[in-house]
Design a protein around this ligand. Structure first.
Ligand code: NCD
Ligand code: ZN
Length: 342
C-alpha cells in the first residue's frame, strides 16, 4: 500500500493519562491538550482523588492549566470498596470511570485494593454496574515482575464473570495473555500504550539501563509485543489507545530508585503514525484505535479537532518542563504539521 505523506487524525483520545498536579500539571498539561481532543485522567495524586469535591476541584485545576486549548478532561475517581450507590449516583456526572489499583503496585497506589474478595467489592461494583460506570484496572499482582500481569488475568476473569454488565478496562496491557482474555469475556476491554507497541524488556535493561523506558507494567517479551501490535494494527474492537504518559522530574528518573513511568504525551501521535506506516496498516484502523473505539466503549463525543501529521523528520526535544520524553534527542519520521479546531 502506498502510504500518504500526510495523515489526518480526527478527535484523538488518550484513554489513560497522568496529568499530575501543581507545577508539574502546569508544565505538561498542554502537551496533551494541544494534540488530543480529550483524555481519561488518572486519579493517583497524593492523596488520591476520592470525593466529588476533589474530582471537581482537580478538573478545575486542569482546565486552568490547559488555557484555551480545546480538550476535555474525562475525570476518574480512585476506587475504594466503600463507595456506595448514593455516593456513586451523586458523582456519576463528574466522572467517566473509576480506576482500581491493587495496593502498592505502582506510583501512589498505597490506598488501593488488596485481596480481591468479591463479596467485599460487591456493593461498589454492583452499583457501578447499575449506573454504567466503567471500571479501569491496573492489573498486576505482587508476584515476579515479568509474571505480574499474566497472574492477574484470573482476577480480571473472576470480576468479569461476577459482574457481567460492568465494563472492565484492562489498562495498559503488556502481555499476550491479556490480549487473549479479551475474547473470553464480552465485558473485558483494554488500553495499550505507544511505548509497549515499540519496546520490549531488552530496550529497558538489555543494554545500558534506560530509566526513561522504565514503567509499570514493565515492557515484556517480543511475542507479547507482537500480540499487542496485532490488536492495535487490526483495530481490535475492544482495544483503545491509552498512552499512560506518566511524567516524573528528571532527577526522579535518573537516580537510584528510579520512578516508574514513561512520558510520551508530546510524541504519542507521531509515533503511532510512524508505527502504522511501518506496518502498512490501514489508516482507518489508526483512527479507530485513537478515537472511534473509545467513543463507542465509553459513549463519549469529544470536541472537534483535526491533527494533521506529515512524514517529515522530527527531532524530539530533550526535556519538557524538566521531564525527559520517550526518544529524547532522537529523530522520528513524523511531525505534527497543523492542528485544526472544528
Ligand atoms: C504511573 C505513574 O507514574 O503514575 N507509572 C507507570 O509506570 N505507568 C502509574 C501507573 O499507571 O502505573
Ligand atoms: Zn497509568
Amino acid at each position: 500500500m502506498l502510504y500518504p505523506d500526510t495523515i489526518t487524525l480526527t478527535n484523538p483520545l488518550d484513554m489513560h493519562l497522568h496529568l499530575r498536579d501543581g507545577e508539574m500539571l502546569h508544565h505538561i498539561a498542554r502537551e496533551s491538550a494541544k494534540s488530543f481532543s480529550g483524555a481519561i485522567i488518572m486519579p493517583n495524586l497524593v492523596p488520591p482523588v476520592t470525593s466529588k469535591e476533589e474530582v471537581q476541584a482537580y478538573r478545575k485545576r486542569i482546565v486552568e492549566a490547559i488555557g484555551d486549548e480545546t480538550f476535555t478532561p474525562y475525570m476518574t475517581l480512585f476506587f475504594k470498596p466503600t463507595y456506595d450507590k448514593t455516593f456513586l449516583e451523586s458523582v456519576k456526572n463528574d466522572i467517566a470511570a473509576i480506576k482500581l489499583y491493587p495496593a502498592g503496585i505502582t506510583t501512589n497506589s498505597e490506598g488501593g485494593v488488596s485481596g480481591f474478595d468479591i463479596e467485599e467489592l460487591r456493593p461498589a461494583l454492583e452499583a457501578m454496574e447499575e449506573l454504567d460506570i466503567p471500571l479501569c484496572i491496573h492489573g498486576e499482582t505482587n508476584g515476579f515482575v515479568m509474571d505480574r500481569e499474566a497472574e492477574f488475568v484470573p482476577i480480571y476473569e473472576k470480576l468479569a464473570a461476577a459482574f457481567p454488565k460492568l465494563k472492565i478496562i484492562m489498562e495498559h496491557i503488556t502481555t499476550k495473555e491479556s490480549v487473549a482474555a479479551l475474547e473470553r469475556f464480552e465485558n473485558l476491554y483494554a488500553t495499550i500504550t505507544v511505548h509497549h507497541l515499540y519496546i520490549t524488556l531488552d530496550d529497558v535493561a538489555g543494554g545500558m539501563l534506560n530509566p526513561h523506558l522504565f514503567c509499570k507494567p514493565i515492557a515484556k517479551r517480543p511475542e507479547d509485543r507482537e500480540a499487542l501490535l496485532k490488536a492495535a494494527l487490526e483495530a481490535h474492537p475492544k482495544v483503545m489507545f491509552g498512552s499512560d504518559s506518566a511524567p516524573h522530574p528528571r532527577h526522579a528518573k535518573e537516580s537510584c530508585g528510579c520512578a516508574a513511568g514513561v512520558f510520551t504525551a508530546p510524541v504519542a501521535l507521531q509515533l503511532l503514525a510512524q508505527l502504522f506506516e511501518h506496518h502498512g496498516a490501514p489508516l482507518e484502523h489508526l483512527q479507530q484505535f485513537v478515537s472511534g473505539t473509545a467513543q463507542k466503549i465509553y459513549g463519549i463525543t469529544p470536541p472537534s479537532k483535526n491533527v494533521i501529521l506529515e512524514k517529515k523528520p522530527y527531532t524530539v526535544k530533550e526535556t519538557y518542563g524538566g521531564v525527559v520524553p520517550m526518544y529524547a534527542g532522537e529523530t522520528i519520521d513524523f511531525s505534527i504539521r497543523e492542528i485544526q479546531h472544528g
